[in-house]
Ligand binder design. Structure first.
Ligand code: PLP
Length: 482
């Protein structure tokens, strides 16, 4: 991705790829959207593709693949054991992280399942910069507890802090002393911290965390699912390391970590996952879980075609022209929305543009799910599907009390190389319109609430007729136009 400045003075992110396979999109009119969101029970996870214009739900498994990835898929070797495809994937992981051993798994949460199964027991404490939904669910399922150690600034949606994903080392040391290192099976560091707006940690902070963990003989685990974004930000924001190549930065971090796991739906631009490490003892501790839950050690539940695509995608993750595309598109969208007064998470992170629902719809209390309501409103105003990342994405306490989220965000994910700049400009326009009409938006309440990960399948109802009113306001301003 190149940032080019036009003769007029406008600077835009310019695509360094061309589109060679296209998928036709639907552009449902407002009345169809109103009906669709009602049928989806006000949960965007329950919408169908036929009712969506731009799908910004997630980047997971929906990044555009390269011609090199697609052609690699044709040479897959599907031998159950000893597959040449696994050898190629192993080589790519070794090249990327400089690690000796690879354990394949069908996706990121499968790695989290195995790590929790192997190391977490009742009473365990897992310090981390911030939780990810599935990581936390696996830890608590085994009786463990998550301790989040980001600095307070990380939870301020609008900030100048460049590395909101950093761990507060003083709090980490205090926690280790408090609970005892023997009760901490591992420290988890998440790259491109998903739930706080795709925010990176600095390489220096990660190295400091690892040094402290080593002093107490505590394992370190890197969730590298969003490493390509974090890597881009280290390269462009952390002066002390920006002279290093992407590969050198990756190797420096990997050498300090005991275990690295990743969702290849994100890192590697395909669909799969894996864990890698240098320590044979750790490899031996975990490999039985792979054969038990995932598959044989040469595929781990993945299709061999996807493994070939991942191998190429991992190599491509070292290419700055490729990994800059997401962050630069996101920075453009965040910058333009900010200029129009729309509250967004700053600095712009990776993964997607995050609307700050707590401010956008500050008249909706957290118990009425402001981020969920804004996600619905964005869909109505634009046909764009985003994801609630706020209180709806939390789980109730065991006593049934609502656990209010630190932040109320709407994530508009930017899968890599999928959208064009005119589509991003459309999103900016309709969201700015919605911001003007924000007082119309009301809250939501659950009518069907699963106990676990309720945000996936929960069903909700609007409080009042605000959705109808918003559709009316849209028609008044745009007529039949989408
Ligand atoms: C940071 C992070 N870790 C883990 C996962 C889980 O990966 P998967 O969806 O492949 O199970 C995700 C998925 O979004 C993620 O963003």
């Amino acid at each position: 991705m190149a940032n080019v400045t036009f003769f007029s003075g406008e600077t835009i992110p310019l695509e360094l790829h061309k589109v060679r396979i296209a998928q036709k999109l639907q552009f449902p009119p407002i009345r169809q959207r109103l009906q669709a969101i009602s049928e989806a029970c006000n949960n965007t996870f329950l919408l169908e593709t036929k009712d969506i214009f731009l799908d910004m739900l997630t980047d997971s498994g929906v990044n555009a693949m390269s011609d090199e990835q697609l052609s690699a898929m044709m040479r897959a070797d599907d031998s159950y054991a000893g597959s040449a495809t696994f050898t190629r994937l192993g080589d790519a992981v070794r090249h990327l992280f400089n690690t000796a051993f690879l354990l394949p798994a069908h996706q990121g949460r499968a790695c989290e399942h195995i790590l929790a199964q192997a190391y977490v027991k009742p009473g365990s404490v897992i310090p981390m910069n911030y939780h990810f939904t599935t990581a936390k669910a696996h830890i608590t399922r085994m009786g463990g507890r998550v301790e989040e150690l980001v600095y307070p600034e990380a939870l301020r949606p609008e900030s100048r802090e460049l590395f909101k994903g950093n761990i507060d080392i003083l709090r980490l040391r205090a926690l280790i002393n408090d609970v005892g290192p023997e009760n901490i099976p591992f420290i988890r560091l998440e790259a491109g911290t998903n739930l706080i707006g795709g925010q990176p940690f600095s390489l220096q902070n990660a190295l400091d965390v690892c040094a402290l963990a080593r002093a107490f003989k505590i394992r370190t685990v890197l969730d590298a699912s969003l490493w390509q974004d974090n890597l881009y930000f280290i390269k462009t924001r952390e002066e002390a390391f920006s002279h290093m190549s992407t590969k050198e930065i990756t190797h420096t971090l990997a050498a300090a970590m005991d275990i690295i796991y990743f969702s290849a739906r994100k890192l590697g631009f395909a669909r799969g996952g894996g864990m890698c490490m240098n320590n044979k003892g750790i490899y031996d501790e975990l490999k039985g879980h792979v054969t038990m839950f995932e598959g044989f050690l040469t595929y781990g539940g993945m299709s061999v075609r996807e493994m070939e695509a991942i191998a190429v995608g991992l190599e491509e993750s070292m290419d700055e022209d490729i990994i800059s595309q997401g962050p630069q598109f996101i920075a453009y969208m965040v910058g333009e929305l900010k200029k129009r007064g729309v509250p967004v998470v700053t600095p712009a992170g990776g993964l997607g543009c995050h609307l700050n629902a707590a401010k956008f719809v500050d008249h909706i209390p957290q118990t009425a799910y402001p981020a969920g309501a804004l996600t619905v409103a964005v869909y109505l105003a634009s046909g764009i599907r985003g994801m609630e990342r706020g209180t709806m994405s939390e789980q109730r306490d065991p006593d049934g009390a609502e656990r209010l989220s630190d932040m109320e965000l709407v994530r508009l994910a930017m899968p890599r190389r999928v959208f064009t700049l005119s589509q991003v400009r459309y999103a900016i326009d309709r969201i700015s319109w919605l911001h003007e009409k924000r007082r119309v938006i009301g809250g939501l309440k659950f009518v069907e609430e699963p106990a676990n990960m309720r945000f996936f399948f929960g069903k909700l109802q609007p409080l009042g007729d605000w959705e109808e009113q918003l559709a009316g306001a849209f028609e008044a301003d745009f007529g039949d136009a989408q």
